[in-house]
Design a protein around this ligand. Sequence first.
Ligand code: BGC
Length: 881
Amino acid sequence: MSRSFLDASIPDLVKKLHVDEKVSLLAGPNWWNTSAVERLEIPAIRMSDGPNGVRGSSHFLSIPAQCMPCATGLAATFDPDLVREVGEFLAEEAKIKSSVVLLAPTCNIQRNPLGGRSFESFSEDPHLSGTLSAAYVNGLQSKGVSASDHQTFVANDQEIERTAAESVMSDRALREIYLYPFMMAQIHAKPWAYMTSYGRIKGVHCSESRELLQGILRDEWGFDGIIMSDWYGTYGTDQPLNAGLELEMPGPPRWRTLTLMLHTMSCQKLLFTTLDERVTNMLAFIQRQARRNPEIVYGDGKEGTRNTPEMHAFGRRVASESVVLLKNAGGVLPLAGKVKKVALIGPSVHSRVISGGGSAALSPSYVVTPFEGIKAALGDDVNLSFHTGCYAHKYLPTLEDKLTTVDGKPGWSATFYKHDENGNPTEAVVTYVLKDTRLKLNDFSPPGMTPTWTIKVEGNLTVPRSGPFELGLTVAGRAKLWVDGKLTIDNWTHQTPGDFFYGQGTIEEKAVLDLEGGKPVRINVEYTTIPPPDTDSNDERRNAQPALMRGVRLGGCEKIDPDKAVEDAVALAKESDVVIFVGGLTPEWESEGFDRPTLSLPGRQDEVIARLAEANPQTVVCLQVGSAVAMPWVDSVAGILQTWYLGNEVGNAIGDVIAGKVNPAGKLPITLPVKKQDIPAYPHLGSERGKIYYREDVFVGYKHYQAHGVKPMFPFGFGLSYTTFSLSNLDVMMSDGPVAQLSAKVKNEGWTTGSQVVQVYISYPELGIAMPEMQLRGFAKAKEIKPGEVKSVEIKMDKYAMAFWDEREDAWMVMPGKYGVHVGFSSDELLLETEVEVTEKLKWRGLYERTAYMMKRNVFSRPSWMANRSEGADSLQSAFR
Ligand code: BGC
């Protein structure tokens, strides 16, 4: 294809396009591309998931990629510069996968930590989410790759009935909490594309909401890019197009078929002018992306992978910056130079837990496990021993590292077969060698397949030790497993529905075999896409997802005696100087597709941690989780690290912090509750007959805990360091334009170099409406402060810092009065305060209109009596050490 499109006039092209071509441009032809129009040399462009890495265009034949920390981890850095660098890095990753649109970042609000995708959203706080979203988008787009800012517009805050449920909330909550991060990204980064969320607001699906798409996004915020639906989140023909949705994804389209579109236009439910408007936007977007990335859009479409020392170093830096030190009693950490015998205990010590599940998951180019990272960081002088303690998997671990193909290559081989008219496999079409025993087939089938088909997968399984070994087979479709020719698991004839594959699969069917260490056994799995005959088509749960998911998963691990495992781990703990427990959740517990039922850690982890702490008070817990979990043992362990999902470099990052090569500086972007009942949204966590009641209103996260006097386990913004800091010299200055400029000085009062996040919370005068006690409205990170050194931070706040959404006026409002400015190192550690006064009422709507620029010089004034109060205060951090 020539590159004539790069200079083509879009209005001319719209005139030349035939109706069928216009229709084709408004839907993807497949899972990841826009449609090309060869006749007019309009190219297709490719998109890829997702927030913590760039997977590329196939789940099944994944090309490995670098996995970065999940969004909560990134948010814990409180570092927009670093998050911008992550955006730049992911742009390069996207290009290597021949993609020019990244389906990220996710900028929903963590209303409830049990939400399946909580790990994908930055924070419970809209200012933090919005600031980091903008930084991420700026990084990505500075390199020419479009964000699809943001998954997903708006309020996809839980998974149960996600395509159907209505988020019932006040306009104020919608504006101040849920739209706010999107609005900040629109002000500070101007994303080129948006993705709508699955559910409804005000009774209308977001992809059909003219109020949201045309009204707020385009008319009020001035957005001029394209809006696409989430995958299978288009639910009609005329309504989404009239509302402003350019692109139905994925393809082939269900709604934007020529027949349906012509019918819709013939009855004038959709006007030709609207069709042309959407096509114009689509073409302008494709053209801009093609101009920015001609070598990719006109390239060979191949997908590659990068693996350089610089990338490893970057991933390691970001990951270690994400770690939050929650407890460090008696200075148990860092360990380097202090210990000789360390016991590493827990289900994830040797695991490759790098991200949450669902569309965020990807196949990593490499993984440094916690064991490898901690061992490398502590060095050879430290004696490391290991025990699992307990298992905590939901499905048995995948087995790729124990499988070889029949001719000895790593992995196993999958052959696709066509079906005859009776649904029986006939002709073999193609064979692939796979290095994953989780086969996701929803975005892949080889060319030339029959409507239903079969895969036969084969390999040799070798286990390291002799003994009972448990195998498990989970499927969306039907599958059977043979071991050495003997039928071992039948998940074909009868099935029990389970969570697998977004709730469309089965439970894991298991079998235990006695295997001999080092002696291979032949594994054969047969999978068919034909659903089992007894599938209940009325099963609401199975129908909760619009797409038909297909896939099969083989797992397995040594069968352990759970009681003996606990006792053995305790015995090991007793004879060690320090115990490091590594556990938490996994992509199978925390994922798109379902919400977590409980805050408790899975398996017997709580019991094991409590027993370890009893046996050895020098026990440190590393939690690999994307959000909050309960910690009933919080008082008895010496140390806690919230490590999130850290990507490929997980082990090195944990090792660096534990050994003290990195001084932790992460801060919690979410409040950690003691128990489920303390969650602000409780008990309205899920969908109640199609509605999710956001009864906590604007009191999300720490605002709820403060308003109700509920003590969290760890407060928002909290995180310790190996050193201590003090804060002084708070000053607030007004400058031209709507900007209040704060400055303060941070001094490192301790023994080692460290970074500290200065957080600014605003409190309100009596406004006649229920206001949070305070809200985060600015922050800055003072980086790498040496012992005794003082660094200044400057923080700008715009007019939104003191604003609320006035439902009566349908506008943003700042009321005259005195506003408190509280500055400190967490929402619970506010060390300095001052006050500013607003003397004029301000009201605005929209981001760019003249009236939006209303804050005048001297609107703020700082009373002189505050001067003394900002002279200096010691950090309370030492209290937690
Ligand atoms: C997810 C999106 C993702 C899309 C494509 C959907 O299930 O909600 O975040 O971009 O799949 O994988």
